[in-house]
Design a protein around this ligand. Sequence first.
Ligand SMILES: [Cu+2]
Length: 506
Amino acid sequence: MSVSRRALLLGSVASVGLAGCDGIIASGGANNSAQGSAGSLLESKLDLPGRFKVPLPIPPVLSPVRTDGTTDYYEITQKVAQAQILPGVSTTVWGYNGIFPGPTLVSRAGRRTVVTHRNELPVPVSVHLHGGKVAPQHDGYPADLIMGTGPHSGHMGTMTTGPRDYVYDLDQPAATLWYHDHRMDFTGPQVYRGLAGFHLIKDDLEESLRLPSGDRDIPLMIADRAFEADGSFRYPSVDPSLTSTPGVTRDYVSGVLGDCILVNGAPWPVLEVEAARYRFRILNASNARRYSLTLDSGANFVQIGSDLGLLERPISRKKIEIAQAERYDVIVDFSGFRPGQQITMRNGNGRGGTADVMRFVVARTGSDDSRIPDKLAAREQLSPNQAVTSRQIVFARGGAEAHGMTLWTVNGKPFSEDYIVARPKLGTVEKWTIRALNVEHPFHIHLAGFQIMDGAQQGWKDTVNLDNGGSVDLLVKFAGFRGKYVLHCHNLEHEDMMMMANFEVV
Ligand SMILES: [Cu+2]
């Protein structure tokens, strides 16, 4: 069943109206600078566990249900389940195959991956492969929904009932991608309840480098949460059923910051390591929190990759500033440590509990034939001379109102199906200047990869953080597919409150 795009537009604005003054408002939502992120701290209603006691979980790697000469086929059921996130406490999650994080998919560059998603949740969903070069009909457009078990009335857009296939050609280099929910107006709460997982792409070049691999190649999904007294996730939705009114309550319109730091779904976990090199694929899957990650005890991060794959050369970093949805692929060398030594990952933006992330404990020595090559991958370097057009994108509060409420906007307009902010030509490079007003905003664009001008060491990216009042020049390459996609703020509360726009590759 399909509803016209114009109907969707009207439905979308109407749903903003339904939010009422508690949903999207002009005041409140303090920027909690003590946490280094736009948003307000939501405190748990139960006692949080001690730090560095729970072992780090590793999400299971999903096996294909079948493969053929060109394609690997997977099946995922989105469902409600119980998880033990805090010791001795049961938490209801909405999970891919009922787990949070979801299972890790591992694809081979150049081979097609087909994921069949079945939705047993009470609400509609849309699945986006973040960082994937994906055809528009498989990109998880916010209004391209798989309907759930709940009532279907009141929804607009393209509605699939029953399972649907997402087809990923994955004509792109090895990279750490992730998949997450992207439902119109409700992405924030649905990701918060657990709809996020890793999707890794591997290729021959990466394997030839002899980077740490196997059980020394570990994804780390960092996400903050708060808990209710009964153990459920605490989130300030106006409508906790997520069926009618979108948005969060007055104090949280700038973002929701939890007081419990989870890594792979465990609070402040600990990982036993051997005295050897490890590769960590760090993802910030938080709704609104930004982290400034450091290691104590004199350990360093050696960055080998960013959002869209390997860098040209490794870069040693004392500190990693990671905004929502960014990925940092790093190697940490524990070989100089003795058994029993502890290395703690901290968050310089946090206070109290949120200043800690996780701990590594060196358990024993171990043989290690991995290496960190001086040259990683030869990647295309974009030049400003290639840019055929310049555009400006402004993320700000205001410039548009609906029913007396001020919205988060892109170039002064709230999201609507008909609002196309740019029509780049397939195969071209454009210079985009992104500006952020009022608070911090991480900019994310679907389909297209970009390089940061004056940021040559950052590699190919799909997400970039902007400080309040900040501006960044990007060279954006539009390759792969024609069609309509979205760009948006990856502060998920801002995104749900209209900070999103279409662009169409022509
Ligand atoms: Cu924002």
